[in-house]
Unconditional design. Structure first.
Length: 167
């Protein structure tokens, strides 16, 4: 709603200003007066800025909730490991291969063999994975800005972005 309103009011202001420019020279003050008196652009912008602040607060709350849930997930994972360790201890302490209960049967199963790296420096090079090379954008930007050509790269047009300075 806020985006649509700002865009609609900006388009209306643009139409009015273009019509006036056809017959008059418009300075910044005149543009502002016309925009404020003939459109709802300024109130739409203010409402969008208020909504933007609300969205940022919600984002912060969601980030905090994610952090809290991550901590809870970690505690639950630790709890699961503790339960599994206790069940394994019960089997080992009683010397039983399996224990059947009304709700489940527990038993020990050998895990598949896995590799344990004890000294990575001694692993032969042909057994090492090499990360795929990635372009160094900082170095490429420096070369392009100094006038050098870099095949497969170019500088993009500088994009404009909105900055808001609240009073």
């Amino acid at each position: 709603m806020y985006v649509r309103k700002v865009k609609a009011e900006a388009a209306a202001a643009q139409r009015i200003l273009r019509q006036l420019q056809a017959t008059h020279e418009l300075d910044d003050e005149t543009r502002q007066i016309v925009t404020e008196s003939e459109t709802e652009l300024v109130p739409a912008i203010e409402a969008a800025i208020d909504r933007r602040a609300e969205v940022k607060e919600m984002m912060s709350a969601v980030q905090q909730r994610i952090s809290d849930l991550d901590a809870r997930l970690h505690r639950l994972q630790q709890s699961l490991k503790s339960i599994d360790s206790a069940l394994q201890l019960a089997l080992e302490a009683t010397g039983q291969a399996r224990i059947e209960t009304a709700v489940a049967t527990i038993y020990l199963q050998a895990n598949p063999v896995s590799v344990v790296i004890t000294d990575p420096a001694r692993i032969p090079a042909e057994l090492m994975r090499v990360p795929e090379p990635q372009p160094d954008k900082i170095a490429i930007k420096q070369k392009l800005q100094s006038g050098e050509r870099v095949p497969g790269a170019e500088l993009s047009n500088r994009m404009m972005s909105v900055r808001i300075k609240a009073r």
